[in-house]
Design a protein around this ligand. Sequence first.
Ligand code: GA4
Length: 330
Amino acid sequence: MVVLTKQAIEHFPIVKNSCKSPSFFNDVPVIDLSKPDSKNLIVKACEEFGFFKVINHNVPMEFIITLESEAIKFFSSPLSEKLKAGPADPFGYGNKKIGQNGDIGWVEYILLSTNSEFNYQKFASILGVNPETIRAAVNDYVSAVKKVSCDILEMLAEGLNINPKNVFSKLLMDEKSDSVFRLNHYPPCPAIEEFTGKNLIGFGEHTDPQIISVLRSNNTSGLQILLTNGHWISVPPDPSSFFINVGDSLQVMTNGRFKSVKHRVLANSVKSRLSMIYFGGPPLTEKIAPLPSLMEGKDSLYKEFTWFEYKKSTYTIRLADNRLVLFEKS
Ligand code: GA4
């Protein structure tokens, strides 16, 4: 990334009305996936926060480290090289620009489709390796976190007494599942405090449009979630665990019982943050609607729509905009 001048930093979004050291969320719900009775705790966490952390997930550390080290190598390459793998439209390398509607953040990233057809050639040539090496590193990691997502979604369905328990997980398992994977690198920004005295936004506030997101980061803080009391709270990093977000589609499928969690990432003035996120989505043609067994005699809060329609609308508005409101029944 470029060295920041005062003028350059002034164009970046900062956190308004924030104190410089936000409080840490020390009570993040922790779900131990090795315990079968965790299903009720998952439901509770999805209702209260739309967010929780999982431990004992069985993803081999080797998959995490291999992919992380390829990502570090990629992001350490000269900008002129990295730009050859861009722009992110939506897939590819992106630098500061998020989406197509003017959002920016102190971040560079790689956005990939989890589809087997995805072309790794550009990334591989920058790293000087065979495309199959990169494909294998991404596939090993993504297959493992997809399995974690499906296990969680099945425990969730059991916790909600839904039969069959694969109602949600089958959407991710579908060969046409429209899932994406992103690697975010937030370089340290030493100029933050000197120039602004405030917190600089790495990735602006938003909810994830898909069903479920699984995030793993290095040991650098930055992730914040918005609590229902309106306070932003920092999530202590934990490189050996995964953080799970309820996405907009799961909010709709539970008729609003679970809320998709608003989150954002703040840039760090000293350390660089690296995160990898799997966004589990349904096939494009899938109708996203509340499950009949969760309606409890109530009407659906949402108009009927397909994942394709939702995604299309998502890409026409800004990151922080409330996308679901466009699909709510008036
Ligand atoms: C947020 C969640 C995922 O990172 C993402 C993002 C996507 C993008 O970066 O292309 C979007 C954003 C995300 C929602 C609103 C639109 C689309 C950027 C943006 C401004 C890959 C996704 O699916 O939606």
